[in-house]
Each structure stands twice: as structure tokens, then as C-alpha cells.
Design a binder for this molecule. Structure first.
Ligand code: PMP
Length: 430
């Protein structure tokens, strides 16, 4: 990457390094304590669902002829499955409403395949080495789940319209140990990329050496637009069936970033066979779901328009924060060639690229100055970003005033680490 620093004379570069260090020392002396590590909703966003906490209210516990206080109805409340079926473009009979965390559902699904195998192939996944593909940068908690099973992760590039399908096609066609891929198809964590219909079709139709290959299709941000309305959600189950691979997608979603983070409702969807397989194993774990929580969500949202109106309120809180981040980055490091970033249309993150070899240094400098960032490399398998250039920014939680301080401080760290790098490189050249 060529930067404006490269055009400086040695003397000017020395002066820039001294200036950046002084700027950083001033930042450090402020004793900040700011956190932009995780995509947590801000308190004002959580307040949007405060009314839900008093629902369903006295004497409201029967819906669809089901007493929500009792055991049973493992697939979840039909009313909620119908409502979110519309939101997620999934037929209600293919959509299971579950507990409070979709990550837990993903962990369960992987465990079931690990212990028992999938519905279409007998052998438990644990009976032979398993590999998974992960488009990078990816969601660190996805990577962590698979890594905790001892699954080898193979990074594949994520480009502007989804993962690099040509690279994936070649890998999955030749290696039966590749059993799955992690995908966040809409406003990906952390890149903000939304998969095109063509990429989606290619993933659902490609030839795989593993007969039980699965796409872990985590539609966590299906309705989380920052600008305008979210794109239409593709009916992946129908496409998969058309392509002759009905069992390929395992679909996940949750209301964590709509209602209560970690306390909303999670969803699982798949073909009839996959749903029967999932429920069969789930029934060994529990007798029913928390249907009172599900009823609360039905009463709160009422219908799909309720969800859309609610998500617009989230957007109104979040969009100015994202705008603030990109405005400061543009102003502070925009013309220097030492950083580039995404301007996402949805989701919860800004992807920041700094000079190769400096991401860890930037995060360490920021930490010492009281600005906590997601560890560099966490969006890559084994926490190892081969270029050491990627940093995930999560602007949702802090107030705008805190965010302003954090991003300005971050820019100071980016400038210092870039000046150090160019200075070091030049010293090595002589
Ligand atoms: N998937 C993705 C892609 C996420 O970014 C997150 C974090 N919000 C989750 C899943 C976690 O979802 P849940 O709270 O439903 O476990």
C-alpha cells in the first residue's frame, strides 16, 4: 500500500513520527475508558423493546389453542413461526422458533451432526476429520464454535457480492472432509457484505464431495438495514430444493438485535427432513421452548409491519453513529492511504483495513490509551490475519460523544503505527 508517508523526505518522516508520538502521548494522558469491541445494542435500542417486558400480561397465556405456561409444542408457537416466516421468507412449517440464542442453536446443530450424523448420511461427523470453510473476515464466534470441536477451518475470501464461489467450488468438489461453510448472507459480520442472488444460487447448487455438506446460513441481520429498507430475503430453502440440494441449508436467525440481546427468540429452518432431524435430537434435550417469551414477541410485534416499524427505530439510532465513524475516518485518515474502511448499508460493523503489519499494533496502542477494540485477527481462523491489517469496529454501544472520542483516538493510533512502519521500513532499506 502506498501512502503519503512514502513521499516524505527522511527529515520530514522523522518529524511526522515525533509529531504522531506526541499526539499519542496527549491521547494517553486523557485516561479514556471506551469500548467499541462488540456489536451490542445501545441502551436506547434496548429501550425500544421495554414495553415487551410487561407482556404478555395478566391472564394472557393462551394462543393458537396452546397454554404457553405448559410443556410441549417443541417447534414453537405457530403464530410466531408464521410472523417470522414472513420476515425471513420461510414457510412457517419449515421454521422452528426456539430458545433465546441462535448461537446456541448453531452449537446444538453442529453437536447433533457431530454425535449422530446428518439426516442424509449415516456417519457421525466425529468419526473422521472435519473441515469447514469460513469466508473471511468472518464472525469470531462462528469460528470459535467450529474450532472448539477441533474442526479445521479453511479461510476463503469474501468479496463484494459474497464469498469467492470459484475458490469454494474447487475446494468442496475435491475434499469430502469439508462438511460445511459459515455464511452470514445479509449485512455480514463484520464486512457488511450482502450475498447476491447469483452467489447464493452457486453455493446452493455446487457439487460437493461430501454428500452431507451443509451451509450454516446465519441470517442474523436479515432486517437490520442502516440505509432505507433491507433487501428482500431470498427463499434459500426453495432455491436449494430447485437445485436438487434441499438438505444443504441450515438456516438460523434471532431477535437478539431486535428485542433483547441474548433474551429474544432464536430460529432454525431447513427442509422437512432437516427439521425432523433437528427436532428429533432436540427432543432429547428439552420438552418444550419458553413459549411465554415467544408469546411476548407475538404480542409485541403483532405482524411483519410491526417488525419493520421497530427496525426503523433501531436504524434511526444506529445510522448516525455509523455516519459519525466514517466522517471522522474520512477527515482524519482519508487522504493518507494509511487506512480504508467500509460504509455498510446494514448490520453492526465497520470493517477497517490499516497498513499490512500494523493492525495488532493499532489495537495495542488503542488499548494502552483506554480504547478497547476487538482483538486484531479475531475475524480469521486461529485469530491469525495473515496480513495483520483488519480491525472490526462496533459503533453501536457507545454514545455519540464516546464514539467521537474513540474514533478520533483510533485515528491517532493509526497514524502513529503507520509512521512507525514506514520509518522502520526505510531504516531497513539503508
Ligand atoms: N450470528 C451473528 C452473525 C452475530 O453477529 C451474532 C451476534 N449478534 C449472533 C449470531 C448471536 O446471536 P444470538 O444472540 O441469537 O446468539
Amino acid at each position: 500500500m502506498s501512502t503519503s508517508l512514502h513521499s516524505l523526505t527522511d527529515h520530514e518522516l522523522d518529524a511526522e513520527l515525533t509529531r504522531s508520538r506526541a499526539e499519542y502521548d496527549t491521547l494517553k494522558a486523557r485516561g479514556l475508558a471506551l469500548d467499541i469491541t462488540r456489536g451490542k445494542p445501545a441502551p436506547e435500542q434496548l429501550d425500544l423493546s421495554a414495553a415487551m417486558l410487561s407482556l404478555p400480561g395478566d391472564n394472557d397465556y393462551v394462543i393458537d389453542g396452546i397454554d404457553c405456561r405448559n410443556y410441549g409444542e417443541l417447534p414453537g408457537l405457530p403464530s410466531l413461526r408464521a410472523l417470522f416466516g414472513e420476515v425471513l421468507n420461510i414457510a412457517p412449517e419449515s421454521l422452528i422458533a426456539g430458545g433465546t440464542s441462535s448461537l446456541e442453536t448453531m452449537y446444538d446443530v453442529l453437536s447433533f451432526a457431530w454425535i449422530h450424523g446428518t439426516c442424509d448420511a449415516g456417519a457421525p461427523w466425529s468419526s473422521a476429520p472435519v473441515k469447514f470453510l469460513c469466508p473471511v473476515p468472518g464472525y469470531d464466534r462462528h469460528l470459535a464454535i467450529t474450532e472448539s470441536f477441533g474442526i479445521e477451518l479453511i479461510a476463503v475470501p469474501l468479496v463484494s457480492d459474497g464469498p469467492d464461489v470459484d475458490a469454494i467450488r474447487e475446494l468442496v468438489a475435491g475434499d469430502p472432509q469439508i462438511k460445511g461453510i459459515w455464511c452470514v448472507p445479509m449485512f455480514s459480520n463484520p464486512s457488511g457484505v450482502t450475498y447476491s442472488e447469483q452467489v447464493t444460487r452457486d453455493l446452493l447448487s455446487m457439487q460437493t464431495a461430501a454428500p452431507d455438506f451443509r451451509i450454516f446460513w446465519d441470517n442474523a441481520y436479515a432486517v437490520h438495514a442502516l440505509v432505507g429498507d433491507a433487501p428482500e430475503v431470498l427463499d434459500v430453502l426453495a432455491i436449494a430444493a430447485q437445485m436438487g440440494n434441499p438438505e444443504r441449508p441450515f438456516v438460523f436467525a434471532s431477535t437478539s438485535k431486535m428485542t433483547i440481546a441474548g433474551g429474544g427468540v432464536s430460529f432454525f429452518a431447513g427442509s422437512g427432513e432437516n427439521v425432523a432431524w433437528y427436532l428429533g435430537h432436540l427432543s432429547q434435550k428439552r420438552v418444550g421452548q419458553d413459549k411465554v417469551n415467544q408469546l411476548r414477541h407475538v404480542r409485541f410485534f403483532v405482524d411483519v409491519n410491526g417488525v419493520r416499524t421497530h427496525m426503523r427505530k433501531h436504524q434511526q439510532i444506529l445510522a448516525p453513529k455509523f455516519e459519525l465513524v466514517t466522517t471522522i475516518l474520512r477527515r482524519e485518515v482519508g487522504d493518507s492511504g494509511i487506512a480504508s474502511w467500509t460504509d455498510p448499508r446494514g448490520g453492526y460493523f465497520v470493517n477497517l483495513e490499516v497498513l499490512p503489519g500494523t493492525a495488532k499494533r493499532v489495537v495495542a496502542l488503542a488499548k494502552d490509551a483506554g480504547i478497547a477494540l476487538t482483538p486484531a485477527g479475531s475475524a480469521f481462523p486461529s485469530g491469525n490475519d495473515p496480513r495483520d491489517s483488519h480491525i472490526r469496529l462496533a459503533p453501536s454501544l457507545p454514545s455519540e460523544a464516546e464514539l467521537q472520542l474513540a474514533i478520533n483516538g483510533l485515528c491517532t493510533c493509526i497514524r502513529l503505527s503507520a509512521a512507525e512502519l514506514v520509518h522502520r521500513d526505510r531504516a531497513a532499506d539503508v
